[in-house]
Design a protein around this ligand. Structure first.
Ligand SMILES: *Cc1c(COP(=O)(O)O)cnc(C)c1O
Length: 228
């Protein structure tokens, strides 16, 4: 009945592709974020047994329920949109928030992290294609938001994140990944750095993302199979 390729085998393929793309890019600092949204606990535990130590979830409640069981066996990053009323839980569960996209949200993360004496690592999500339907700050507003975040004592801003428009062709994402890297370089040029981390690339285009500078690739379906 279960003809599906085991997680460990898929992981091996993904890790070797990551290693090859990393080598092509001349760097050595790319981390896999295994996107486990909607994936049941037992499959996450199989991935942990296969060696995955970092997962990505897009809902606070779902991550809360799963990590109540997983605990410190693996880290979890928030990769989805965060509402301010969920921040209090989020700062307790996640080791990084990839999706900071407003000053109000950044202020709330800072305040809730202060309450638990935590320095919260975050990325600012940039709307690289200027899509109306997407979360993320427009490229004109990024510098202003980062300037404010740099003043916040309980946030540690590590870099930028982006989700390009979906396309079945991985090369279609390349200009958007490049745009995020250039955006980072310009911000650093304006004295707003360092911004070492770039979270970009998913199952269909993570190798292209690495070639363009990704340090976190967020891979879900290539590892866990199609989501229902
Ligand atoms: C679901 C999701 C992913 C993973 O997508 P796959 O195509 O399954 O790899 C990556 N990033 C974000 C923000 C997501 O919501």
């Amino acid at each position: 009945m279960n003809m599906e390729c085991p997680i460990a085998q898929k992981l091996e393929v993904i890790l070797s592709r990551i290693a090859e793309a990393t080598q092509r890019s001349g760097r050595d600092n790319v981390q896999l974020v295994a996107v486990s949204k909607t994936v049941p606990l037992e499959r996450i535990q199989k991935a942990i047994a296969a060696g995955v130590c970092l997962f990505g979830e897009n809902r606070v409640q779902e991550a809360y329920d799963k990590w109540a069981v997983i605990g410190e066996a693996a880290n979890c990053h928030l990769i989805g949109h965060l509402q301010t009323n969920k921040v209090k839980s989020a700062v307790r569960i996640f080791q990084m928030i990839h999706s900071v996209d407003s000053l109000r949200l950044a202020q709330e993360i800072d305040r809730r992290s202060h309450e638990i004496s935590k320095i919260m690592p975050v990325l600012v999500q940039v709307n690289v294609a200027g899509e109306e339907t997407k979360f993320g700050v427009g490229s004109e507003e990024v510098a202003g938001l980062i300037r404010e975040i740099r003043k916040m004592e309980n946030l540690r801003l590590d870099g930028l994140m982006a989700i390009p428009p979906y396309s079945p062709d991985p090369e279609a994402s390349r200009p958007y990944f490049r745009r995020l890297r250039i955006c980072r370089n310009e911000l650093e040029g304006q004295g707003l750095g360092p911004l070492p981390e770039l979270s970009m690339g998913m199952s269909g285009d993570y190798e292209v993302a690495i070639e363009e500078g990704a340090t976190y690739v967020r891979v879900g379906s290539a590892l866990f199979g199609d989501r229902l």
